[in-house]
Design a protein around this ligand. Sequence first.
Ligand SMILES: C[S@@+](CC[C@H](N)C(=O)[O-])C[C@H]1O[C@@H](n2cnc3c(N)ncnc32)[C@H](O)[C@@H]1O
Length: 436
Amino acid sequence: MKFNLVTLFPEFFDSPLSHGLMGKAVENDIVSFNLVDPRSYTQDRHSSVDDRPYGGGPGMVMFVDPIARALDELDIKPTIKGGIGRKRRLIMLSPRGKQLSQALARELAEEDEVTLVCGRYEGIDARFEDLYPVECVSVGDFVLNGGEAGALCLIEAVSRLLPGFMGHAESGTEESFSSGLLEYPHYTRPAEYEGLKVPEVLSSGNHAVIEKWRRERSLEVTLEARPEILSEADDLTKDDVLHLRKTPRNRLGRNLSMALVHYPVLNKFGEKTAVSLTNLDIHDMSRVSRSYSLAGLYAVTPIEDQKRLADKLISHWTEGAGSRFNPDRAEALKTVQVKNSLEDVIDNIERESGKRPVIVTTSARGAGTLIPGQVRQWLEESPVLLVFGTGHGLAPEVLEMAVGSLRPIRFMDGYNHLSVRSAVAITVDRLLGDAW
Ligand SMILES: C[S@@+](CC[C@H](N)C(=O)[O-])C[C@H]1O[C@@H](n2cnc3c(N)ncnc32)[C@H](O)[C@@H]1O
């Protein structure tokens, strides 16, 4: 496989491309590198490759022309001048590109030739991307001095998937991300170090047992470190799923309670009012509460006949005929308590957990600015009470009790009129879902 590297600093690549496995792969013709310096293609006396940005501001911007001439030498032409003859991958390293991944590395390893353009300074004049069919690739959400270090990451990730690059053909298929999971832990001699022993099973010589042990550790490591990639893992077996279910997890939901406030809320004229309890709200919210293992769900109303109604509903499903008819529903409704006021809810959480909860409100409108990541951080250390309103939303006095309000769901769109049940499900999944 051939890599063309368009770079103002060809010497940057000297050492990394000539040592270790990469050096061997070059010697064995598994991979080759063609370094092209745009400075060699400049046409002015000073060999200029950049200039100050239009509109002012710091830094310098790279000219398109020397890069275009360098690409012409590689027989890569601008698309608007007739297109590039063959389909060849032209990649520019850029912080706003799609993220480099094992899947992309696998895809590129199928190519015969890949051209990597490395930016420097503030980057390349934007017209470069108008002219050429460039794919932008990022190596992470941070800014490097230039594309060279990113290009090296890409080159290594791709090259080690090429046949013959690694000693053992299977090394590449067993590694992290190859099956959508992170890799299991490895050990080598000595058998005991600083009192820490190598797991016995690894010396058992029983390959089936070792394989099972490794698969289980791999699942556990992934669940702990990167739970979101599990939802993309394509070869999870029934046994894998059973193992994941048994694996203890850091369940942030244990610290999260929800309250559905029926008073004080606003009516459509913005006046303070009380709203009746709804069977459907209590049922659906309790099912979310149970599914995400929340600390509890509170229905807040000071109206006596509403409280009686709620108690009747809950006991029908948790103790009465409903519990025998549908035990799953009983499990969900057991998480519900009815309280007079939000103050009573807060006192209850404080009594049960020993800590006063952080209060976070929700609203479809308004100036909510809290993001789920911030609430997750609080959940690590403290109980959090997430407050939802009925009617036309929570009254100002409730909003004032909170540290802040979550940013509304679909805050960038004109229409976001969700039922409170939908808003609850979406919000809780954003806070606690496995795929964040
Ligand atoms: C100093 S950076 C320019 C950053 C640019 N002004 C910005 O804020 O997005 C110079 C060059 O480094 C490369 N680069 C920087 N960070 C990168 C990253 N995370 N992934 C890939 N390339 C990166 C790009 O080629 C970029 O043009």
